[in-house]
Design a protein around this ligand. Structure first.
Ligand code: HEC
Length: 199
């Protein structure tokens, strides 16, 4: 009689057992991640958060900046239901994918490092300054105007190219960026502080 560790059928059974066990673990982890990362759960806000004002403040207990959802601040002056907000954000996300923004930018850390990370772009204080430049009165209008014609509003040495973004695509992208800025990214990107100039 061979010892157990020399028997082929022992190792065959062990391989099947480990593979099956890991498959179960993978399935459980997938459900766990989905529960934490789908809109309206865990760290990711519901799409209707785009009806609210979003701030980004330092949390002493967590020792990082976190999104703070405050009172109502409608996007383009329109209150959207969760379904309408989802449709708009989804249109924005598809536009971002179709126009390959990730060729230059990162979103939630994924993409290229030529241009700034867009995760918190909605909260960038520079839009406030652009409001007068574009003679519009809201942050979303300034962002949409920039996205439609980035070369008119270059603020840095590197100019973002014209990507032929239509007005409706620009509004959807702004909704997507506003929603994304409300995601609690555990302090990512670490160097972004919208209140830096006030301190
Ligand atoms: C070819 C490279 C390139 C592509 C593609 C590109 N961008 Fe940009 N983008 C830039 C550069 C460069 C800047 C910095 C421009 C400046 O501030 O002068 C910028 C700036 C921005 C800003 C301002 C960032 C901030 O925090 O103030 C936003 C928002 C933005 N881009 C969104 C987008 C979106 C959305 C897309 C896809 C539809 C996109 N970009 C595609 C190069 C690119």
């Amino acid at each position: 009689m061979q010892p157990l560790w020399q028997r082929e059928d022992f190792w065959r059974k062990a391989a099947i057992f480990v593979t099956a066990g890991m498959a179960v673990v993978l399935i459980l982890l997938t459900f766990d991640s989905m529960a934490k990362s789908s809109a309206g759960k865990g760290l990711v806000p519901a799409f209707a958060v785009i009806n609210q004002q979003i701030d980004y403040r330092f949390d002493d207990a967590r020792n990082m900046r976190v999104p703070v959802v405050e009172g109502e601040q409608l996007l383009f002056g329109k209150r959207l239901t969760e379904a309408e907000a989802e449709a708009l954000v989804s249109h924005g996300k598809k536009t971002v994918q179709a126009k390959n923004c990730m060729d230059c930018h990162t979103l939630l850390g994924n993409g290229a490092y030529f241009a700034p990370d867009l995760t918190k772009a909605w909260l960038d204080p520079q839009w406030e300054g652009m409001e007068t430049l574009t003679e519009t009165d809201t942050r979303e209008a300034a962002m949409a105007a920039f996205l439609e014609h980035p070369s008119h509003y270059a603020t840095q040495d590197r100019v973002m190219p014209e990507l032929k973004i239509t007005p409706s695509e620009a509004r959807a992208v702004v909704a997507f960026l506003k929603w994304m800025s409300a995601i609690d990214t555990n302090g990512f990107p670490a160097n972004f502080d919208p209140h830096a100039e006030e301190d």
